[in-house]
Design a protein around this ligand. Sequence first.
Ligand SMILES: Cc1cc2nc3c(=O)[nH]c(=O)nc-3n(C[C@H](O)[C@H](O)[C@H](O)COP(=O)(O)O)c2cc1C
Ligand code: SF4
Length: 445
Amino acid sequence: MAFPGPILLKRIPAEPGGRHLHRYDDYVATGGYESLKKALAMPPADIVKLVVDSGLRGRGGAGFPCGSKWTFLPKDIHPRYLAVNFDESEPGTFKDRYLIDYDPHILLEGIAIAAYANSITTSYIYIRGEYHREAQILEEALAEAYSHGIFGQKHAGTEFTHNCYVHRGAGAYICGEETGLLESLEGKRGWPRIKPPFPAIAGAFAKPTIINNVETLACVVPIVEHGAAWFKAMGTPSSSGPKLFGISGHVNAPGVYEEELGIKMSTLIEKYGGGVKGKFKAAIPGGISMGILATNQYDAELDFDIGKKYGVLGLGTAGVIVMNDQTSLPRILRNIVRFFSHESCGQCTPCREGTSWMHKILNRIVAGRGKPHDLDMLLELSQTMGAMPGTTICGLADGANWAVKTFLQKFPDDFKAVVKSPLVAGVSVPMAVTVSGAAAAPAGV
Ligand SMILES: Cc1cc2nc3c(=O)[nH]c(=O)nc-3n(C[C@H](O)[C@H](O)[C@H](O)COP(=O)(O)O)c2cc1C
Ligand code: SF4
């Protein structure tokens, strides 16, 4: 099926200054809360099956199948919770904010359906600390929804009781990691937890908890409305449905655009992003943790298989950052590593020390004081940090690993030019040949 046009963004005005439809009455007048009505007439297990059949994969970064996650909840343990991940701190990512700015009720409807389907009595929307305006928008939308019986006692006229709260974070990247989020939600320092137990078994307040991204839950609304087959007909066999793509960097029209999964990056940039400003050099496919796409990977298909095919970690948040040929990649990588070093929570030695040393090394490289072995040392550090699972508690360290190794392997000349090293990054020591994924990338990587 050809992409039929905006689904999640259908209430967002096409023209700047167009009328917002974010109030309850506008939402209902444009078909809102019809999916909830439909869901409430179905047995909860049928809704879970619908989501499984749709092939919906998590939109928060990892791409885990949403329906399977829902089936992991133990049958007999209550209460159980839903934690909505609206931390959105991955650099280059602003899709959830855009959706909530214009259409907060689509998230609330997705939450209400997910709660009913999974017998959840309390949901928390964990929102990034800096998102002041969106917190206010959500509070207002929630008050409207409560006043119309969507939440609270006898949920939407049924015997089901479900409450929903907005919980504001304090501004830390690591609170987007799902167990860091749970710790923060419980009022503690946002330190990721060692797993197992996984949140579905022991999550918030040690009770079974589902954690889903904002966009994932928004997708549940059209799935209930149109059915699993309709959703699966969009995208690719392993990556179904519509997707919000953020485009930023050297493009003429940065923004959030909706398309089906599997669209070529070049098409996305040219059709929606107004084309590259200057000559394309590289792009980060989905937030800085994913690594970098090389110049000859401009046509990469943006779906959940991108990692295997193009030697990056994955699609991540689909926040595409475009860079032209005037970009200094050593400087970009220095900024990326500075971010990870600052945001590392410090629990795991390879992450705490590794990101900090990478930052120091890259600082001296961009200052023109790089030493001959610096590039190889960066690769060695990155290999130590990427040895997941086992050496670190969460994925932050692996994100730093993928950034460093793909920048160095795909653009060695950019780094050799500033280090003026007689050694060749990744060749003078055998690190690069052991790096998974890169070998499978097309020629020229
Ligand atoms: C360091 C780190 C930061 C993360 N930040 C976010 C975030 O801001 N928002 C988000 O939805 N997921 C984030 N994730 C992914 C979550 O841990 C989790 O996979 C996701 O919320 C699950 O929801 P989904 O299955 O609907 O995608 C992050 C993961 C890591 C390792
Ligand atoms: S990998 Fe880094 S951010 Fe994650 S828990 Fe360990 S130290 Fe903290």
